[in-house]
Design a binder for this molecule. Sequence first.
Ligand SMILES: CC(C)(COP(=O)(O)OP(=O)(O)OC[C@H]1O[C@@H](n2cnc3c(N)ncnc32)[C@H](O)[C@@H]1OP(=O)(O)O)[C@@H](O)C(=O)NCCC(=O)NCCS
Length: 327
Amino acid sequence: MRRAIIVGTGSHLPEGVLTNADFEQMVDTSDKWIVERTGVRERHILTDEKLATSDMATAASAHALEMANMQPTDLDCIILATVTADMTCPSGAVRVQQKLGANNAFAFDVSAACAGSLLGLDIGATLIESGRIRNALVIGAESISRIVNYQDRNTCVLFGDAAGAMVLRAADETTRGVLAVVTHTDGRQWELIHVPAGGSALPGKKVTDPTLFTVHMSGREVFKFAVRALADLSHELMRRCQLVNTDIHWVVPHQANRRILEALSQKLAIPLERFIINIEHTGNTSSASVPMALDQGVRDGRIRQGEAVLMLAIGSGMAWSGAIVRW
Ligand SMILES: CC(C)(COP(=O)(O)OP(=O)(O)OC[C@H]1O[C@@H](n2cnc3c(N)ncnc32)[C@H](O)[C@@H]1OP(=O)(O)O)[C@@H](O)C(=O)NCCC(=O)NCCS
């Protein structure tokens, strides 16, 4: 059976750091509120204005290729999940292709916000299973700091910048690899998280209010939606793979709010110790979040061969995506 297996992971965090103490100077908030309500203590920020999302994506990809023991020219396809590409056109993926020198790969972006990297995994694994390609690079990378309003305490304390990458390779496998991937969308909820300006509905040249280029979010509604949708998605994935909660060794979730993960842990009856959580030091890094947490779990030796890994992500759309991978 032709399966996609993840043979390399990598991540990149930019050097700049914003702590909760920094936010106490910027908006009406406190370290106590942020830690208790979100679990975040610090987040990394791409402060160098000469750098953009493709630079972080390229750095994470280089680490993933090194782990996979592959050259950039071995890649058939590059999928970059991002809502903060370097520019509107061309795609961010073509800049990554150029910077890596991955000249044999076709390259494109997917736009599904925080769910993007798992949608990318869905597409990459499907291309491999179909026989169309052998090797794919799936990246989630975001410079969310560049679309955050640092005067809005409801959103600015939550987000950070980062990139995470996964290298997929075709293999004849019956047990290992991507066992199931599922993606859902509910476009009726599009207003829950959106950036109003900069697209064709409200082009930049017509906008005088800069906050319209930043993230607008109904946090409480997103929170409730996320817990319900991710629990249902987990059950759907486990049913497809004929697994139950005790078969899942690791949950690698999108890191949006520690309380969402606590609620999910309760609903799934999977202890929080089996969740790979890094939100404390990264904040919500949108599409980078899951591949970066996966990379940490692989590199620190928590995720081992033969183990079942449940990956979950949700974000603007609303769009939510998940996968079960046998390592
Ligand atoms: C945003 C979020 C942290 C807010 O936490 P919450 O417990 O739901 O808080 P609420 O929205 O109910 O607001 C409670 C109060 O805290 C205030 N508040 C919001 N941000 C604050 C901050 N940084 N510091 C201090 N107070 C803050 C609100 O203004 C509100 O005050 P009010 O009651 O006087 O109106 C939480 O809803 C969340 O994480 N939602 C999901 C976000 C998410 O996942 N987004 C991305 C999806 S990919």
